[in-house]
Design a protein around this ligand. Sequence first.
Ligand SMILES: Nc1ncnc2c1ncn2[C@@H]1O[C@H](COP(=O)(O)OP(=O)(O)O)[C@@H](O)[C@H]1O
Ligand SMILES: CC(=O)OP(=O)(O)O
Ligand SMILES: [Mg+2]
Length: 399
Amino acid sequence: MYIFVINSGSSSIKYQLFRWPVEQPVCSGLLERIGLADATITHKVFTAEQEQVSQRSLPIPDHAAGLREVVRLLTDPEQGVLRDPQEVHVVGHRVVHGGEAFAATTLITPAVKAEIKRLFSLAPLHNPANYLGIEVAESLFPQARQVAVFDTAFHQTLPPKAFRYALPTSLYSEFGIRAYGFHGTSHQYVAAQAATYLGNPTAKIITIHLGNGCSMAAVLGGKSVDTSMGFGPLSGLVMGTRSGDLDPSVIFHLIQERGYEPVQVQTLLNKNSGMLGLTGFSDMRDITKALLAGDPAAELAYDLYAYRIQKYIGAYAAVLNGLDAVVFTAGVGENDARIRALVCRNLEFLGLHLGETRNEECTKELREINQAEARVKILVVPTNEELAIARQCAELLTA
Ligand SMILES: Nc1ncnc2c1ncn2[C@@H]1O[C@H](COP(=O)(O)OP(=O)(O)O)[C@@H](O)[C@H]1O
Ligand SMILES: CC(=O)OP(=O)(O)O
Ligand SMILES: [Mg+2]
């Protein structure tokens, strides 16, 4: 059978079609820079002998246009890999916010869809795109079982002292106001890869997921014990377009003194802040170009981005009472050696000793980038949210 996985991020759509249970990828793709002038789609088809890659730039104004293009590629009479959409038995969807209702992978029903929709305002860049992906998949693969895998699920192991806010208890008990945490599928996947590599299932690991959205997790023995995103995917690290941590007084000031409407503040913090607000660019490759051209705003933005990560490393080393490995993953974490070097700078006292030449190497495999004799491993672990989602779908349906 086939499992098709759709992973809508805030700036990208990733998809993979797997032959199951052999976990063999049949095709995969990445639509990136959605909403920017030069969006691209990379589509790969895997056969026993080779990997065929096609890439092109095209206008992709939003996730709906992106999904239409994915469907067209999959079912294209000449290049498409699906002769008959009926061959797809399961569609796995990354759903970012599961709220209090969903602690685990769930078969999608009308009630589940309604709950995902109810959570739109808490993850405005994600849940609407995830919902759309479900509706598109339901019409394209009407006979398939649709499954939701939630970003929040892995962080359900956080202890109350980590997930509760110091607000009146009634806000938690009545409205579910607490930290949920996101990118859970990715944190879980890379932490597991790292623990296997270390040969230590009880390892103390800090995972750093740096995509367009960015978050960190403190992972102890394979369980998330703290994470930098909270009630929605807005707190913590500096991101492509999101501010990360911010004194809430700024919000009151904007509303009370500067005449902002609440929805304008929501848009400001989610869509116009972060690296975009600091530099005019949200995509790290554009910011690198600006930096190399001597733009001081790009230099400050890089410093601020790395400094925030360093503060969380310090915090999570304390939370874990030690450290065995730090893991970099996702678009920026896997590819941007400059960020990794800035993050590891001056953290020798924690045992982080970056191997500069190793850091500059570029492969698609798990790799160690610390100096050879260092006690704490610094790892680059490519994430594979799609494979992790497909596995969770298969587990649910065979349980
Ligand atoms: N080769 C690269 N060098 C630096 N940054 C990169 C590279 N490739 C991708 N990125 C960055 O990764 C980010 C997107 O990461 P990704 O994990 O795909 O995002 P998301 O899933 O949140 O949409 C963008 O900021 C992009 O610039
Ligand atoms: C939760 C989140 O921020 O996801 P992404 O990084 O894929 O936008
Ligand atoms: Mg992502």
